[in-house]
Design a protein around this ligand. Structure first.
Ligand SMILES: NC(=O)c1ccc[n+]([C@@H]2O[C@H](COP(=O)([O-])OP(=O)(O)OC[C@H]3O[C@@H](n4cnc5c(N)ncnc54)[C@H](O)[C@@H]3O)[C@@H](O)[C@H]2O)c1
Ligand SMILES: O=c1ccn([C@@H]2O[C@H](COP(=O)(O)OP(=O)(O)O[C@H]3O[C@H](CO)[C@@H](O)[C@H](O)[C@H]3O)[C@@H](O)[C@H]2O)c(=O)[nH]1
Length: 328
């Protein structure tokens, strides 16, 4: 059976496509290339340029391929942008997700894996955060994703559709074999931005706030290597195909690094002492968020292989160098 990967030309989706191919499976990609790149999808993979809300296109794809699962990455993903453009986020991440879930139900696709986010939790009182903690998102982005989680829960009760919702913490790094990485234009993610500063592609990096109630005053996040993350999806797919029940699981390593620590590691790995400016807090940022990964390990049998921030940064930096040298 084939797997429909929405957003498969994006950062995480392109790593998913490689992981599916590496495990002998058949990915089919649907992407509107709003932030993704056609070149991120290998030529041998069936690629459809289009929108997740295009029900006719999805019906055609389903008629042509035997698809039993959707892995749904396609979304807008930037927390501060969602505060400036809430309606754009609710449209792409909630309204269009509704259309996609409708297409899945109509075409009797019974397995659905959804890219959710740590941003659904908001400003957590205690870390590590577990799936039993009540979500209280601080941004339209987090809310747009939480509403899609709720839709899946409801639809699953009414239709033959089972889901795994994976709540990713901060995804970073690049394919260890150099086949994929984060190519996003105007990136805002901390590790990518710091790597660009180390390579002289930016004059400096801004640290958004040093007055948070954390160990050094900067925000703390749980950075997970993208390859480990996509392997959790392979585990989720096997779980659903084996008849596993609906599941919601955090994806992170269970330990946090502050912004200052990340900056220091990028300086160490790159050997470059780039400039750092301290600026105001950025709206929508919770002070600290770290995953409890007990559920993803016990229920899905997930085994992370790259739980090492230096390795995460090294792989991100290698990819950024290749982008800079126009090798990709
Ligand atoms: N990067 C992270 O740290 C992180 C953390 C938590 C959750 N996520 C989630 O993971 C998923 C993938 O994120 P990413 O970092 O790879 O982002 P990305 O922007 O690189 O990838 C998103 C892809 O979806 C496509 N797309 C967007 N809207 C579409 C639509 N309406 N129809 C068809 N294609 C569409 C884009 O062209 C792009 O290729 C998103 O759902 C995001 O919310 C990411
Ligand atoms: O130039 C920068 C960029 C970021 N940060 C800080 O670094 C931390 C991480 O920021 P960023 O890399 O932008 O990630 P988040 O805002 O934490 O969001 C990411 O992680 C979420 C899950 O935790 C996902 O849902 C989002 O899609 C993804 O962008 C935050 O405290 C930022 O304020 C800086 O200080 N300077």
């Amino acid at each position: 059976m084939a797997v429909l990967v929405t957003g498969g030309a994006g950062y995480i989706g392109s790593h998913m496509v490689l992981a599916l191919l590496d495990s002998g499976q058949e990915p089919i990609v649907l992407d509107n290339l709003s932030t993704g790149f056609r070149g991120a999808v290998p030529d041998r993979v069936d690629f459809y340029e289009g929108d997740i809300s295009d029900e006719g296109l999805i019906d055609d794809i389903c008629a042509k391929h035997s698809i039993d699962a959707i892995i749904h990455f396609a979304a807008k993903t930037v927390v501060p942008e969602s505060i400036l453009d809430p309606l754009g986020y609710y449209l792409n991440n909630t309204v269009k997700a509704r259309a996609l879930i409708d297409s899945a139900a109509r075409n009797r696709i019974c397995h659905f894996i959804f890219s959710s986010t740590a941003a659904v939790y908001g400003d957590v009182q205690t870390n590590p955060v577990t799936e039993k903690d009540i979500p209280a998102p601080m941004s339209p982005y987090g809310r747009s994703k939480l509403m899609t989680e709720w839709m899946l829960e409801d639809v699953s009760k009414a239709h033959d559709l089972n889901y795994v919702i994976l709540r990713y913490f901060n995804v970073a790094g690049a394919d260890p074999h150099g086949r994929a990485g984060q190519s996003t234009a105007n990136a805002t993610h901390l590790i990518k931005v710091a790597c660009q500063a180390a390579l002289g592609m930016r004059a400096s990096i801004d640290v958004y706030g040093t007055d948070y109630p954390t160990r050094d005053g900067t925000c703390v996040r749980d950075y997970i290597h993208v390859t480990d993350l996509v392997h959790a999806h392979l585990d989720a797919l096997a779980y659903l195909r084996a008849g596993g029940a609906n599941l919601k699981a955090n994806c992170g390593y269970g330990r946090g690094f502050s912004v200052r620590q990340v900056v220091d590691i990028v300086k160490l790995v790159s050997g470059v002492d780039f400039d750092v400016r301290i600026v105001e807090r950025r709206p929508g940022d919770p002070p600290a968020i770290i995953a409890s990964n007990e559920r993803v390990t016990s229920e899905l049998g997930w085994k992370p292989r790259h739980d090492d921030l230096q390795f995460v940064v090294q792989s991100a930096l290698s990819w950024e160098k290749r982008l800079q040298e126009h090798e990709i």
